[in-house]
Design a protein around this ligand. Structure first.
Ligand code: SF4
Length: 365
């Protein structure tokens, strides 16, 4: 495998740069220019170095290199696929569930994922961060709502902020008595691990609230030595980490890839948390798997790895109705067999084991 070493290079933002570095074909350039005019493109040197330009099906390229397929919008796709706007009482806040809010501080990311559910809201051409007034308004909202126990910093990627600014924000939030948890969703440890400096780690720790970090990664190869070191720096500082991934066609939609990813998270002391079904973001149909396939993968995963490696397979219900678990069910009502008569209410369940074998619960005496 011949990979490009771009460690000393800058983030690639133009389709012509991707072509110049062998990460896209010159023949595709006109289409890629059209995609880039609508959706942001950014491939950091760390991510570019992970791509095998000789592999047309490279799972890292598929996540970050634009494709003409993004120009095709399908029925049901929506610029706000999970309904953020339906629950935005003030700028920067999404209050969908009673005890927690999303706090969207910035609208920029280190990399731009081709499947992003907020692709219409992030990237150049959008406001890069909340204005000072909007920030204060959002903070006032959090202060005024004593039911808010957890604040989830998302965006955009909050770790694009400087350690100094992030430290100020963490202190503002931790000073609110009822805010006990500050959760940060980020792709930076894999996309640009050097940003996780000692100053950044120090900024994440705050008196008065517990910090959790949720790492977004979709393929085991993203967990490079640099990414692992960045995560270890946070975890060693006492910051627990969980994972979130998106089920993506051609990236991780086979059980071997999912198993490798979940094992890699756990090896890094990151608890697998969510496997998201792909949202109905515009131009992302080519990356979405089917729900049936996702459920089968979850069954297969359960047969191969421990509970520590199992994420929840979830779907964000379009319209802003929140997440629902959509993994397979292992328990069902048993139907009586001919001649069995009325089922004992206590033995009326069938339950499926990790090999797929079915049992009656409780067992027949
Ligand atoms: S890092 Fe997150 S918000 Fe940014 S482009 Fe990727 S999925 Fe979207």
């Amino acid at each position: 495998m011949s990979r490009i070493n771009l460690k000393s290079a800058a983030t690639l933002r133009e389709p012509a740069e991707l072509v110049g570095h062998g990460l896209a074909s010159a023949a595709d350039l006109p289409d890629l220019e059209k995609v880039a005019a609508r959706y942001a493109v950014a491939v950091t040197p760390d991510i570019a170095a992970l791509i095998d330009p000789g592999d047309p099906d490279d799972p890292i390229a598929r996540q970050f290199i634009p494709s003409a397929e993004e120009l095709v919008a399908r029925p049901g796709e929506n610029a706000d696929p999970i309904g953020d706007h339906a629950h935005a009482p003030v700028a920067g806040i999404v209050h969908r569930y009673p005890d927690r809010v999303l706090f969207k501080l910035v609208h920029v990311c280190a990399v731009y994922c081709r499947f992003c559910f907020r692709r219409e809201m992030v990237g150049p051409g959008k406001a890069t961060a909340l204005s000072s007034d909007a920030y204060n308004g959002a903070l006032d909202y959090i202060r005024a709502h004593s039911e808010i126990w957890e604040v989830i910093l998302t965006g955009g990627d909050p770790l694009m902020l400087s350690p100094r600014r992030l430290g100020e924000i963490m202190a503002d939030l931790a000073a609110v008595d009822h805010v006990k948890i500050i959760r940060i969703h980020t792709r930076v440890p894999v996309a640009d691990p050097a940003r996780i400096s000692a100053e950044m780690v120090a900024a994440l720790k705050v008196e008065g609230a517990a910090t959790w970090v949720a790492l977004h990664a979709n393929h085991a190869r993203e967990l490079t030595g640099g990414a692992r070191a960045a995560c270890a720096a946070m975890i060693d500082a006492g910051i627990p980490m969980v994972s979130q991934s998106v089920l993506l066609r051609g990236v991780n939609d086979n059980v071997a890839a999912l198993e490798a990813l979940m094992r890699a998270f756990v090896e890094c002391r990151i608890k697998p948390y969510y496997l998201h079904h792909g949202d109905l973001a515009p131009g992302t149909a080519h990356l979405r798997a089917t729900l049936e396939h996702g459920q089968q993968l979850m069954r297969d995963l359960r047969g191969r790895v421990s509970g520590l490696c199992q994420p929840d397979y979830v779907l964000d219900i379009p319209g802003g109705y929140g997440k629902a678990p959509v993994g397979p069910s292992y328990l069902s009502q048993a139907n009586s067999s001919p001649g069995e008569g009325e089922l004992d209410p206590e033995t009326r369940y069938r339950i499926v084991d990790y090999c797929g074998d079915v049992h009656r619960y409780p067992p027949k005496p």
